[in-house]
Design a protein around this ligand. Structure first.
Ligand code: C2E
Ligand code: CA
Ligand code: CA
Length: 696
């Protein structure tokens, strides 16, 4: 019926022949029945053939991406399936039909009244090229960077969301990168903005040419770019890619015939390892980019979620410490300093503690490192000084005049306005209290800004405040520094004290610091003194004031009074003798200490089990010293020559002891013989040493 009914052009309205829109009529098998002249103009002569099918027409079209259109998606095909609504499609005519015309196609079935099946299809094609290009232009302006043509921030934000959705569906990693050029500003400044623009275009071009289909590169503004790398199999793959990118960017650019070099710093973050939200990923990538800059530029840096977590935890802890300060959770312990030669307590060191409501007493090592670079340490430091000053007043009221030293952090000294704050704190106290205060500054901090430190010191030394260099020997003070700093006290660092009995290097440092202090007329304090050996050795070396577990552990303030009352000098301190040794006798002293220590180790091995020290005479440090510098220096003295035999006896007894230890139970082994031999050796050594220094 349709075939006859549509018989043919003459019956159709002349309008159809005149309009700009293409109009087509197809039969129910999808073959052309009619096309108006506009259609021929749009699609070209190819469609003029008498019985062309809609498939052939579809083959002339492509979609926005330039992809061929599957015939079954063509609107005519859709209408043939009975779709009653007109289906619409925007197509591009493929060359050589035209250089990019955009058509909007639609089609609908023709179903005569009363019938159920379509007798044909009516379709139309409207040229919307102008409209399409206009909307494209609007889209470009909104979504692309004008200078480089790369996607802009807006478009990138869209892309990253799509990429996340894609990665999530396919269970893939995604890398988001921020890239900032290094050394772009000088190009702009020295060669002009034109050159800067050219360079940016060139960089954009190089970046784009390195990207794969699933990647995106955008310019966010200035010299900042962002990348999304999709389908990431491993972080290593990202690293390789970024290294290549860095190399590509670093190759010289020719701008206005001049070679120009720039680099880039790239921050990287991974989805879903680091974050799953787009804005978080961007923020992390940005943070990582700054790390790359800080790390020396021209590199990439992966955002580290573990470090970030730690940072966050620290932030929380900082707040807690701040709150603890406000709610009085800090307290001071005091550790005595004693002059072991005279047996007099000369002062106390105030050491801060945090009484945590749940965790209990925390030592400074657990919280000071966290606040070292924060202003909280300045507040805490002021609290300590204030508390100590108030305590000095209380002690004075009960007749105890004690010198107290306070540790001052580098930040407090240099950036904390200590010079002024100390003045304000001291203003509330009488001069005699101020002169009981000593400030301990670690050597390394003092060296950070000698001029500033000197100023503070000079001002308050006038008011009686003393200054000590703490942990002395661990920094790099030269003699010139020591002279310029003009401190009152040197505190020998406890690491040297700990090992000086065994390590001649440490002993030499201790001896050196003591010598230095005496040369500069400074007091010297040994800290971390844990044993009687150390005490005696220090006394013999000429260091009298000591602080350490051998005397007392730090104690809470309410125990100080009792401790002071109960304090008695250890009678063994007298063993050190009344006079300081000569330099030459130092080695004799060292051997005394060494052999004493060796015997102690042997005793521990016998009593408690475990590895005994080397008992072979030839391997003993004493033997080596004796046959070398000992004999050279003291060989002329018969008393010294006797020492060799006494020493051999000690080792003979020791070897015998080891033999019996191998066959007898430990408690049946006789330690007495070796002990007696060793006592004789030490007594003779000591006698010889005293003879050498003229003490009898
Ligand atoms: P420091 O000034 O060198 O204080 C000596 C540290 O050695 C103290 O540790 C003390 O308890 C410990 N000590 C004392 N005698 C011995 C000993 O015989 N053997 C051993 N192994 N250790 C001994 P503490 O109280 O844990 O303080 C550690 C560090 O924290 C101090 O080292 C000081 O640098 C800092 N500090 C303590 N209180 C404050 C304060 O109020 N302000 C500031 N800025 N720092 C403080
Ligand atoms: Ca100290
Ligand atoms: Ca110290």
């Amino acid at each position: 019926m349709l075939e006859q009914g549509l018989d043919i052009e003459s019956q159709l309205c002349p309008l159809i022949l005149a309009v700009d829109e293409g109009i087509q009529l197809w039969d129910s098998s999808g073959r052309k029945r009619f096309m108006n002249p506009a259609t021929l103009q749009q699609f070209g002569e190819k469609v003029a053939a008498a019985a062309i099918s809609y498939e052939e027409m579809a083959a002339l079209c492509c979609d926005e991406m330039g992809q061929a259109i599957p015939p079954h998606l063509f609107p005519v095909a859709q209408a043939l399936t009975g779709a009653t609504v007109a289906s619409d499609m925007l197509v591009q005519l493929q060359a050589p039909v035209s250089d990019c015309r955009w058509l909007r196609l639609s089609a609908r079935p023709l179903i005569p009244q009363g019938a159920t099946a379509a007798v044909g299809i009516l379709s139309s094609s409207i040229d919307v090229t102008h409209l399409f290009e206009y909307s494209q232009q609007l889209h470009r302006q909104a979504n692309f960077d004008v200078l480089t043509g790369l996607p802009n921030r807006l478009f990138f934000a869209d892309r990253i969301k799509l990429a996340i959705a894609h990665a999530q569906r396919n269970n893939k990693l995604l890398a988001v990168c921020m890239l900032d050029l290094d050394g772009f500003k000088p190009v702009n400044d020295h060669l002009g903005h034109d050159a800067g623009d050219l360079l940016l275009k060139e960089i954009a071009h190089r970046l784009e040419s390195e990207m794969r289909g699933e990647d995106t590169v955008a310019r966010l503004g200035g010299d900042e770019f962002a990348l999304i790398l999709g389908e990431v199999k491993s972080p290593i793959m990202v690293e390789q890619f970024l290294q290549r990118l860095l190399d590509v960017i670093a190759r010289p650019h020719l701008i206005h015939d001049q070679p120009v070099r720039v680099g880039a710093s790239i921050g990287v973050t991974l989805y879903p390892t680091d974050a799953v939200e787009a804005d978080q990923l961007l923020r992390f990538a940005d943070q990582a980019m700054y790390k790359a800059k800080d790390g020396g530029k021209g590199r990439y840096h992966f955002f580290n979620s573990a470090a970030e977590l730690r940072n966050k935890a620290n932030q929380v802890l900082l707040q807690r410490i701040d709150a603890a300060l406000t709610s009085n959770q800090f307290l001071l312990y005091y550790q005595p300093k004693v002059d072991c030669r005279s047996g007099v307590v000369v002062g106390m060191e105030a050491l801060v503690r945090w009484h945590h409501p749940i965790l209990g007493l925390r030592s400074p090592a657990e919280f000071l490192p966290l606040i070292e670079h924060d202003n909280i340490i300045v507040r805490l430091g002021e609290w300590v000084i204030n508390t100590v000053l108030a305590q000095l007043v209380k002690w004075r009221e009960v007749g105890a005049v004690i010198q107290v030293s306070v540790n001052v952090s580098a930040r407090q000294f240099i950036h904390g306005g200590l010079e002024q704050r100390l003045g304000e704190l001291l203003a509330n106290y009488p001069p005699e209290i101020c002169s009981q205060l000593e400030l301990e500054l670690v050597e390394t901090a003092a060296l950070e800004d000698i001029t500033a430190v000197r100023q503070v010191m000079a001002r308050y030394q006038k008011r009686g405040v003393k200054f000590a260099l703490d942990d002395f020997g661990t920094g790099y003070s030269s003699l010139v520094h020591l002279k310029r700093l003009a401190v009152d006290v040197l505190k020998i660092d406890q690491t040297f004290i700990r090992d000086m009995v065994e390590d001649p290097g440490d002993l030499a440092i201790v001896q050196g610091v003591i010598g230095l202090a005496s040369a500069f007329g400074l007091k010297v304090v040994a800290e971390g003194v844990e044993s009687i050996d150390q005490t005696l050795l220090l006394l013999r070396l000429g260091c009298d004031v000591m602080q350490g577990y051998a005397i007392s552990r730090p104690m809470p303030v309410d125990r100080v009074g009792e401790w002071l009352q109960d304090f008695h000098p250890d009678p063994r301190w007298q063993l050190a003798g009344g006079s300081y040794p000569q330099r030459g006798d130092f080695e004799l002293l060292l051997m005394e200490v060494f052999h004493h220590h060796w015997l102690e180790k042997l005793r521990v091995a016998v009593v408690e089990g475990g590895e005994p020290p080397d008992c072979n005479h030839d391997n003993c440090r004493f033997s080596q010293w004796y046959s070398d510098s000992g004999i050279r220096r003291y060989g002329a003295f018969p008393l010294f020559r006797q020492l060799d035999e006494v020493h051999r006896q000690v080792h003979k007894q020791a070897l015998r002891l080891l033999e019996s230890l191998a066959v007898l139970p430990r408690d049946e082994v006789d330690f007495h013989a070796v002990e007696k031999a060793n006592q004789l050796l030490i007594a003779q050594l000591s006698e010889f040493r005293k003879m050498q220094s003229g003490i009898f």
